[in-house]
Design a protein around this ligand. Sequence first.
Ligand code: ADQ
Length: 494
Amino acid sequence: MPQESSKRLVVVSNRLPASLKQVEGEWTVQPGSGGLVTAIAPVLKNRGGLWIGWSGGHGDVDLPKLLGDFSKDAGYDLHPVQLTEEEVRGYYYGFANEIIWPLFHDFQSRCNFDPSYWRDYLDVNLKFAEVTARYSRESDYIWVHDYHLMHLAFMLRNMGIQRSCGFFLHIPFPPPDIYLKLPWRDKILRALLEFDLVGFQTLRDRRNFVECMEALVPNAKCTGRGNMVTIEHQNRKIRAGGFPISIDFNQFASLSADKDVVRMADEFKDALRHRKIILGVDRLDYTKGIPQRLEAIRQLFIRFPDLREKVTFVQIAVPSREEIPEYHSLKVEIEQLVGEINGQFTRPGWIPIHYQYRNLPRPELVSYYRAADMALITPLRDGLNLVAKEYCAANVNENGVLFLSEFAGAAAQLQNAGAILVNPYDTEGVAKAIRRAYYMDKRERHTRMSKLRESVRRNNIYWWVDSFLQAAFSSQLEDFPQDTVDFQTESTST
Ligand code: ADQ
């Protein structure tokens, strides 16, 4: 890799990779456990660096002291961006969650294009840029994450601050017919062109981005074929490419083999009397298709009575964005559907759907993955979907079946690797696919799952960080290792 790869890294995301918790009356900082933190923390520690993000409120704590202590242990610095309640309401709940999230997931009818949200979004992006400018140096590489902060490079340039900046979008980028509905479509697209590298989850997202750019910024020129392209705009070169995010494969695989996890998985199977387990795991969000999935389960029991009392569907939903009324109505809708379907089919000794609404500790979550015979992952739209990869990594016995929505970014990588693709809106089609998998022989299940696990093991989270940083630091497009991206299956899509 070129010498520049030793640049200090500055990560900027909406939230810091740590949360504040009260333990016996004392505030403490607990490290985050998500994949992004796991992958980036060692890079930050090795090459030196910092993470900038919103700390999440708590006005009564001595934040600099708490974060200072945490930084010493972590080996990299955390710098908080402090936001007022109004800013959080307008920028986070408003602009990010009521405009960009629904629009970019093709739910334009759920958007609330309130112009005041836009102003809050700009103000908060400016605040993030000020903190970034204060704590970073000109030689640093700034890596910005996600749709909350699309204006960060633009703000830095406006302030006259020279930095190399990369951006990664964790959610889908919509095609022009949807993106063009955004009232601030030009400004956001031009702001994204202020980054030096713009990364997406899939090749399709990258193509959508280029098509929107061609419609809105006609003087920008795009060259290159395949995964990475170069865009020339106002005497600058911007790179755009697909980098499907992943998980720490070894961490999930070894946790799944841990004796406590094995015991929990066995207890869970005993409790369900060794019926086949179909598992759904999601944040409770309308993009995840939980009601449609429940309807598919209903269809399964209507169309195939031979499977009644033979399979149990377990849906685990993690509470999310509970302050937003739509998320509350979705929760009620799901609870009603579960009650209805259970009322329709339950027999003594068998409840068809087990529903849990809670955040699970990682070992418990992995024990569910381990125990499940099938994972039913059917978002209506998803940037990637990490649960699909976590299920494969944890399926150490290699006998599980992964059903994956065609509309999850992960489908581009995993469809040729053994996942069974389904259309989440086609509830009868999903039911038929489940029945086929129920009777699938052991050899086919094993062939599919070992291929899936190999794909996730190879393209793990460390590979993802390396791919992005290599693209960020290489001066030549050819330096980017195209052949390591499993995108061949997407070549027919636009
Ligand atoms: P999310 O929409 O949050 O992420 P996903 O990728 O599936 O979706 O990640 C969810 C995470 O939450 C997983 O790591 C999972 O283990 C965890 N989780 C889910 N249910 C849980 C429960 N009940 N208890 C504990 N943990 C639970 C966004 C995008 C995705 C993209 C990721 C990463 O929407 O498309 O894959 O970012 O880029």
